[in-house]
Design a protein around this ligand. Structure first.
Ligand code: SF4
Length: 362
């Protein structure tokens, strides 16, 4: 069950637990709600790059920063279709289209995006958009075109937000999320760690996300990719342990959400990523670019999946829920065996699952 009253203190206590305990708890909760061997794969496509009027301190697409990003006008529907087909052939079940806009403006460009949504839908793929701020009516039009998810990250805590972005407020983000929620489009919202924030800010961001009711269906956790020319160009990369702790904590406070291991994977070893999957990450972005920053090649990812025994989730396929303890026990009993002794994981798993259920449910 989702809990919507997490406090910053509670979340910090989880984040700071001894690592083995944190991993065990997160992995146990992950198994209660998701198939631990299935990972959803999305392809992020920049349909309109650069020239953005906003001042997000991490973003090379902001027009005011001198980065070597090549700007592009809005892609055509045909270009997007070709890229979506390529993504599908390489195992992606979702295409996420990103446009470097402050907010969506009604008019021919938005109509073109709606047509892109309809086109990808016909390919039997999930479609997500990240286009900036949205009105309720625009969210509704996207829903009617068949949009599956809308991404709008909170980025960080409310307290730290103004140190990262000054051209809009935290409240604006929440309003767009609310507008999306009013349509039947699912919500994808997360943030970035490694922007100079304190642990309290990471916990604060998780408070803001987990207290949304319902919680977002998808929560991307990004590690900052410091790009030359942005105000954050000199930020040191975060240790992998921070990423693992953040993923595990997200999984514990938002048990049903799809936790997305997003930007920063090129800096992570496969061992580090494996620990993130163990801790509850169950989605990645595939393709060698994440909008404008580097990402592991799709073949490398599929090779990592093979090594770890992971399989990509199909489009519109909810990760299968594992059997409950009672269902497992009745299957064993039907064979004339005693579940108490037959299930090898009986002693640890049964008790831990029961304890975790009590602790994280309300
Ligand atoms: S993150 Fe989005 S809104 Fe912010 S500058 Fe980049 S493209 Fe613009």
């Amino acid at each position: 069950m989702e809990r919507h009253n997490w406090t910053k203190q509670e979340i910090l206590e989880i984040y700071n637990k001894p690592l083995m305990e944190l991993l065990y708890e997160a992995a146990s909760i992950h198994r209660m709600y998701h198939d631990p061997n299935t990972v959803q794969v999305s392809t992020l496509l920049s349909i309109k790059t650069g020239g953005c009027p906003e001042d997000c301190g991490y973003c090379p697409q902001a027009a005011r920063y001198h980065t070597d990003i090549e700007g592009n006008d809005l892609m055509t529907v045909q270009q997007v279709k070709a890229q979506a087909l390529r993504a599908k052939a390489s195992g992606s079940s979702r295409v996420c289209m990103g446009a470097a806009w402050r907010n969506v403006k009604d008019g021919p460009e938005f109509d073109q995006v709606l047509e892109m949504v309809r086109t990808i839908n016909k390919l039997d793929m999930e479609v997500c958009c990240t286009l900036g701020m949205l009105t309720e009516n625009q969210a509704q039009r996207l829903a009617e075109a068949g949009l599956y998810a809308y991404n709008h990250n909170l980025d960080t805590s409310e307290d730290y937000y103004k140190d990262v972005i000054s051209t809009r407020a935290f409240q604006d983000r929440l309003e767009t999320i609310e507008n999306v929620r009013k349509s039947n489009v699912t919500v994808c919202s997360g943030g970035i760690i490694g922007m100079g924030e304190k642990l309290e800010d990471r916990a604060g961001m998780l408070v803001a996300l987990s207290t949304l009711n319902p919680q977002p269906e998808s929560v991307p956790i990004n590690a900052l990719v410091a790009v030359e020319g942005t105000p954050m160009e000199e930020m040191e990369p975060i240790p992998i342990w921070d990423m693992i702790r953040m993923v595990a904590t997200t999984r514990i406070v938002m048990p049903k959400t799809q936790v997305r291991l997003s930007a920063g994977r090129t800096e992570m070893s496969q061992e580090g990523q494996a620990l993130c999957f163990f801790a509850g990450a169950n989605s990645i972005f595939a393709g060698d670019k994440l909008l404008t920053t580097p990402n592991p090649d799709v073949n490398q990812d599929m090779e990592m999946f093979r090594k770890l025994g992971l399989k990509p989730q199909g489009a519109f396929e909810k990760a299968p829920q594992p059997a409950t303890i009672e269902e497992e026990d009745s299957k064993i009993s039907a064979k004339g065996e005693n579940p108490r002794w037959t299930r090898p994981d009986h002693k640890i798993d049964r008790n831990e699952k029961a304890r975790a259920r009590t602790k994280y449910s309300n």
